[in-house]
Each structure stands twice: as C-alpha cells, then as structure tokens.
Write a protein that binds this ligand. Structure first.
Ligand code: HEC
Length: 159
C-alpha cells in the first residue's frame, strides 16, 4: 500500500508540473509533444494501435471549422484534377481501340462506354469546380458502374 502511494505522489507531481507549462497544454489540433517519457518507455504495438485509433477519433471530431473547410478545399481540388485526368485518359483508351480487333457492334459498345466515362468525368469536374460537394457521390457511383460495365464486357481477368 505504502509503496503505491510513493509511486502515486511523484506521478501526480509530474502531471502538475507538466500541466503548468503553457506550451505543453493539449490543443484542439493535436497533443503536445511530451518528449522523453519520465517513468517508463513502454513499447507495445497493440497499445500503439489503440492510441492511434483514439487520436483519430479525438482530433477528427475536434477539428475546427476553418480546418474542415480547408480540407474540403484540398479534397475538391484533388477531385477536380483527377476528374480532368480521367477525362483525358478516355482519349487514350479510344486510341487503343483499333488494336483490340473488335467487331463492329463491339466497337460501338466500347466507344459508347468510353464516351459515357468521359461525360461522367466532365460532370464530376464541373461539379467540383462549382463546389457542388453534395452532388459528388452520384457521378462517382456512375463512374464506378461504367468502369465495371466495360470490364464485364471486355476485360478478361488474368488467371
Ligand atoms: C471502354 C472500356 C473500359 C472502361 C470504361 C474502363 N476500362 Fe479498365 N479496362 C478495360 C479493358 C479492356 C481492360 C483490360 C486490358 C488488358 O488486360 O489488356 C481494362 C483493365 C483495367 C485495369 C487492369 C490494368 C492491368 O494492369 O491489368 C484496371 C485497374 C482498370 N481497367 C481500371 C479501370 C477504371 C478505374 C475505370 C473507370 C474509371 C476503367 N478501368 C474503365 C476497359 C475499360
């Protein structure tokens, strides 16, 4: 019992000292760097995993509105760039078509799906450019469907 108190008191003192230092106070954007451990440097991967998960839950929830806005801006810009790239990739897909030895009807289907992909990529690009974020999931789902449709018709999975 006594030994526990002996351990406990210095621990509380340590915490008090730590809290009184202004630059070590936790902020809303993350935990402060506490430097070298004072008592015992634990090394346990499961504990670390748990801590990481806790960290994500904590600081995702406490992100400030400007931070969230900024993240959304970055996300939107990435999405717009990706959509633009996707659109021009379709041109490359179409230049490959003659080499694929498709029958006429197959060519029509292939070209149709490629064009559909380009239209959907353009829609996505325009929506992100106009900051219509709520509308993003719909063209994304459409694009995924178009990818799969073409693969179902034309892509043979390698064994
Ligand atoms: C117009 C038809 C068509 C569309 C649309 C299409 N694909 Fe494909 N894709 C193919 C074909 C055909 C292959 C197989 C090529 C081969 O194995 O030679 C392929 C292969 C792939 C592969 C495998 C590449 C590899 O190295 O084996 C990936 C990944 C892929 N497509 C992703 C996508 C994604 C993501 C989309 C949508 C954004 C998409 N594709 C849309 C026709 C299409």
């Amino acid at each position: 019992m006594n030994t526990r108190i002996f351990l406990f008191v210095p621990l509380v003192l340590l915490l008090l000292v730590g809290c009184s230092e202004p630059n070590r106070r936790p902020s809303l954007t993350g935990l402060p760097d506490t430097g070298e451990p004072a008592l015992h440097a634990l090394n346990d991967s499961r504990l670390r995993e748990l801590m990481d998960r806790m960290n994500n839950v904590m600081f995702d929830r406490f992100k400030t509105q400007p931070e969230l806005d900024q993240e959304r801006d970055i996300y939107a810009r990435k999405m717009a760039a990706t959509a633009t790239e996707l659109g021009s990739a379709v041109d490359t897909i179409l230049t490959r078509m003659p080499a694929l030895n498709l029958a006429e009807g197959e060519q029509t289907a292939f070209r149709g799906l490629a064009k559909k992909l380009r239209d959907e990529a353009n829609t996505l690009r325009d929506q992100t450019a106009h900051r219509q974020f709520d509308a993003i999931p719909a063209p994304l789902d459409q694009i995924t469907l178009t990818c799969s449709s073409c693969h179902q018709l034309f892509r043979k999975l390698k064994p």
